[in-house]
Design a protein around this ligand. Structure first.
Ligand SMILES: [Zn+2]
Length: 123
């Protein structure tokens, strides 16, 4: 029984270390951009342009939310790489946030088990 209790504590400490690593990632100052980037085909609207008859122009579009409303912006070609990197950092941030939540759930479950183990009923 004592060995089992010690094992639970070791597991909780291990989760705490994992949690600290995730927090380090979440608290980083690396710029990010909350949105998604996609390549779409658009027609420019000029009557004599090739896109009026043949395939349209490839354009990178950034989808974000502003004050709760969906917003799309065309990204200039020179900004595509930088914007894509920031969106990638955002996706990593979201994934880390999900991992944090999973670690906290696992931790809470182990702590609740520990409470059950420590419980001494009044007799
Ligand atoms: Zn065109």
């Amino acid at each position: 029984m004592v060995k089992k209790k010690k094992y639970a504590s070791v597991e909780i400490r291990k989760l705490e270390r994992k949690r600290a690593e995730i927090l380090d990632q979440l608290l980083s100052d690396t710029p990010l951009l909350a949105g998604s980037l996609s390549l779409v085909m658009r027609r420019c609207g000029k009557a004599n342009c090739h896109c009026a008859r043949r395939p349209a122009h490839p354009v990178w579009v950034l989808s974000t939310r502003r004050k709760g409303k969906a917003c799309c912006q065309v990204i200039r070609r020179v900004d595509v790489e930088k914007t894509g990197e920031r969106v990638r950092v955002y996706k990593e941030f979201k994934a880390a946030l999900k991992r944090l939540s999973e670690v906290e759930t696992a931790e809470k479950s182990k702590i609740l088990k520990k409470i059950k183990e420590r419980h001494v009923p009044y007799e």
